[in-house]
Design a protein around this ligand. Structure first.
Ligand code: SF4
Length: 250
C-alpha cells in the first residue's frame, strides 16, 4: 500500500480502535453502577453505538482487503461507504492528534477514494460522465461567463479551461464549471451523471466526494501557483487518465 493511502487507512483503523476503547470504557463503568433502569437504557444506547462501529469496522476491513486485492467487492461497498461517512471526521481528529496535517490526511483520503472507485472497473459511456471544474481555473481577467454556459469560453488558451473543454469533447463527457458546492450540487441534480471526474483543492474534493454519496467521483487535485482560489491550474493528462479509468475503452 503506497504511503498516501497508508495514512488514511491507518487513521481509519486508529479511529475504530479509539471508538471501541471508548465504548468499552463506558461499558465497564456501567457495570459498576447501581441504578438498574439507567443501566439498561445506557446499555441499549451503547449497544446501538457499538453496532454502528462494528459496521464501520467491517467497512475499514473491506477497504484494506480491496486495496490489497486491487479489486472491488460489490457486496462490501455499502460498508466502505458507512466507514467513510462515519469515520471521516474522527479520522481528521485522530490525524490532528497524531500531528499529521489536514492537507495530508485529505490527500490520502482522496487517494483511497480514487483507488476504490478505479477498482470498481466502471465502463461508463462518455455522456454519462461529468467533468466538474472549479471556477478558479479560469483566468481571473477573463470577462466571459463560463459558469452559466461553458461554451462562452473563447478558447484563447490563457487558462486550462479550453483544453478541458476539448478533452470533454474528445470523450463526449459533460463539462461544467462550478463556483462552489451549491452550484456543483445543482449540476449533479440536472445532469445525473453515473460518474464524475472532479478537479479541486483537497478540501473541496473531499467534501464533494462525501456529498456525491452514491455517485463515484475521481478527484484530481489542482495546482495553486498563485495561492488558493485564483488562477489555479491542473495537469490535463491527469484529468484524461481519470476519465479513462471510468470510461469504456479507457
Ligand atoms: S481559455 Fe476560455 S476561460 Fe480561459 S481565459 Fe480564455 S476565454 Fe477565458
Amino acid at each position: 500500500m503506497e504511503i498516501k493511502k497508508r495514512i488514511y487507512v491507518g487513521l481509519l483503523m486508529a479511529s475504530v480502535l479509539m471508538a471501541v476503547s471508548l465504548v468499552g470504557a463506558v461499558w465497564f463503568l456501567l457495570q459498576n453502577r447501581e441504578l438498574l433502569v439507567g443501566q439498561v437504557l445506557l446499555s441499549i444506547i451503547l449497544g446501538m453505538v457499538g453496532i454502528i462501529f462494528i459496521l464501520a469496522g467491517i467497512g475499514v476491513l473491506a477497504i484494506i482487503i480491496m486495496i490489497i486485492k486491487s479489486q472491488s467487492i460489490p457486496s462490501l461497498e455499502t460498508f466502505t461507504r458507512i466507514a467513510n461517512e462515519i469515520l471521516f471526521p474522527v479520522t481528521l481528529l485522530t490525524g490532528r492528534l497524531a500531528g499529521i496535517s489536514k492537507e495530508k490526511i485529505l490527500q490520502s483520503y482522496i487517494a483511497v477514494n480514487n483507488y476504490l472507485v478505479k477498482s470498481r472497473k466502471l465502463l461508463l459511456e462518455g455522456p454519462q460522465v461529468m467533468i466538474l471544474l472549479p471556477h478558479c481555473l479560469q483566468d481571473s481577467q477573463c470577462p466571459h461567463k463560463i459558469t452559466m454556459d461553458i461554451s462562452n469560453c473563447k478558447r484563447c488558451h490563457k487558462c486550462s479551461i479550453c483544453d478541458l473543454i476539448e478533452l470533454g469533447e474528445k470523450y463526449h463527457a459533460v463539462v461544467k464549471v462550478a463556483t462552489g458546492g451549491t452550484l456543483a450540487r445543482k449540476f449533479m441534480e440536472e445532469t445525473r451523471p453515473r460518474g464524475v471526474v472532479a478537479v479541486a483543492c483537497e478540501r473541496d474534493l473531499s467534501l464533494g466526494i462525501q456529498d456525491a454519496a452514491q455517485v463515484p467521483v475521481i478527484g484530481v487535485l489542482n495546482c495553486r501557483p498563485h495561492g488558493p482560489c485564483i488562477n489555479t491550474n491542473v495537469v490535463v493528462a491527469d484529468v484524461e487518465q481519470a476519465l479513462q479509468s471510468i470510461c469504456k475503452g479507457g
